[in-house]
Design a protein around this ligand. Structure first.
Ligand SMILES: *[C@@H]1O[C@H](CO)[C@@H](O)[C@H](O)[C@H]1NC(C)=O
Ligand SMILES: *[C@@H]1O[C@H](CO)[C@@H](O)[C@H](O)[C@H]1NC(C)=O
Ligand SMILES: *[C@@H]1O[C@H](CO)[C@@H](O)[C@H](O)[C@H]1NC(C)=O
Ligand SMILES: *[C@@H]1O[C@H](CO)[C@@H](O)[C@H](O)[C@H]1NC(C)=O
Ligand SMILES: *[C@@H]1O[C@H](CO)[C@@H](O)[C@H](O)[C@H]1NC(C)=O
Length: 330
């Protein structure tokens, strides 16, 4: 028989008390407060049939929900309507939120989302409208932000330039206006990707974003202007895709140097002059190249992968000539 020493008494009390409190993670391996938050979220979406989330089952078994140790880590949902309930803040371990293909989803992004440790936030192909909320700048663990294919208006908020780990920003296919904030990707050393295509953005692209180590950059279908040759500088050695088409960029192509991993380069429909450098023939991965509708002149280089590109990639320039356009007479 054990003696009634003080340590033994304390041990016994601890042992007994582990039965006095209801466990935080219930036997169905789903945190009860998080289950409640998810059911509120479901109600905010109008309790759609596709969310067959019923309280009888573990929330960790619900479609779209991924847990670790009974805590919801990731949500991936589609075909929703209604709006995102502020109750989402109850998922205090949520690092990934992906909502897509939900044209009937409207309303604002709730401010309470800033309480979450999100690293990945994608809300795309919905009817989200209004400005991009500046409180997204408080999500300081965010590495990816994708708000593409919504009805967002107004400027890119300055606040998101202070996100220290943001390396992928996708805001394409909205109605955004204004300019690119100058300190976007400032100080970031990891590979960066930026997609701002098909908005109503204007002005010069800030020179400072040329310091980012881009993997892809899509700026097509805006009203950007100015010289953007700095994007082809030495720091761009990992650049694989660059789409600057359908803007008002003005630059001399003659002196550009091309990063060797380039796969896609669309410069069509701008105000690009000079000639196509022969170094283009050294790009071994190039599969899409388009400089049509510019002010280029001179002989189109041959060799390398240049035979992949038809006349539509060169038409409507000042005086480009040679295969696949008519031959140069000189
Ligand atoms: C909910 O739907 C999924 C398919 O989306 C199905 O696999 C699952 O069995 C359903 N759960 C219940 C409780 O009906
Ligand atoms: C959304 O709806 C489409 C078409 O009804 C369907 O193909 C798709 O699987 C649905 N996605 C989800 C996640 O329910
Ligand atoms: C959106 O709403 C319309 C009209 O209420 C409906 O017909 C359609 O199925 C809904 N789409 C989705 C993806 O929920
Ligand atoms: C473009 O640059 C090349 C080489 O740097 C130079 O020879 C040419 O005159 C420039 N073209 C124009 C139109 O400025
Ligand atoms: C090149 O761009 C022009 C103008 O945007 C477009 O009409 C043409 O189809 C493009 N060619 C290719 C092969 O993509």
């Amino acid at each position: 028989m054990s003696k009634l020493t003080l340590p033994n008494i304390i041990f016994t009390i601890i042992l007994l008390c582990s039965f006095c409190f209801p466990p935080l993670v219930s036997s169905d391996n789903c945190h009860s407060a998080e289950k409640k938050a998810l059911l509120k979220l479901k109600a905010g979406f109008g309790n759609p049939e596709i969310l067959n989330w019923t309280s009888a089952t573990s929330c960790c078994s619900w479609p779209g929900v991924t847990c670790l140790s009974g805590r919801v880590l990731s949500l991936g949902l589609a075909n929703l309507s209604g709006s995102i309930s502020p109750a989402i803040a109850g998922l205090s371990f949520l690092t990934r939120l992906n909502i897509e293909e939900s044209p009937n989803l409207t309303g604002p992004i709730p401010n309470s989302i800033t309480k979450l440790p999100l690293t990945y936030l994608a809300i795309k192909s919905t009817s989200l409208s209004g400005p991009i909320p500046s409180f997204l700048g408080d999500l300081n663990k965010l590495s990816l932000l994708d708000l593409s294919n919504n009805h967002l208006t107004g400027p890119i908020p300055d606040s998101i330039t202070s996100l220290p780990d943001l390396s992928t920003l996708v805001l394409s296919n909205n109605k955004l206006t204004g300019t690119i904030p100058p300190s976007l990707f400032h100080g970031l050393t990891s590979r960066t990707s930026l997609d701002l295509s098909n908005n109503r953005l204007t002005g010069n692209v800030p020179r400072s974003i040329g310091d980012a180590n881009f993997e892809y950059i899509y700026l097509s279908g805006n009203r950007f202007s100015g010289d953007i040759s700095f994007l082809f500088g030495d720091q761009s050695k990992h650049l694989t895709e660059i789409d600057l088409s359908r803007n008002m960029f003005e630059m001399n192509m003659s002196s550009l140097t091309f990063p060797s991993p380039l796969v896609l380069m669309d410069l069509s429909q701008n105000i690009i002059y000079g000639s196509i450098p022969t170094s283009i023939t050294g790009l071994e991965q190039l599969t899409l190249f388009n400089v049509s509708y510019n002010r280029l002149c001179g002989r189109i280089p041959t060799g390398g992968r240049m035979n992949l590109f038809d006349a539509s990639c060169y038409v409507h320039n000042k005086c480009l000539c040679g295969t696949p356009l008519p031959s140069c007479h000189a």
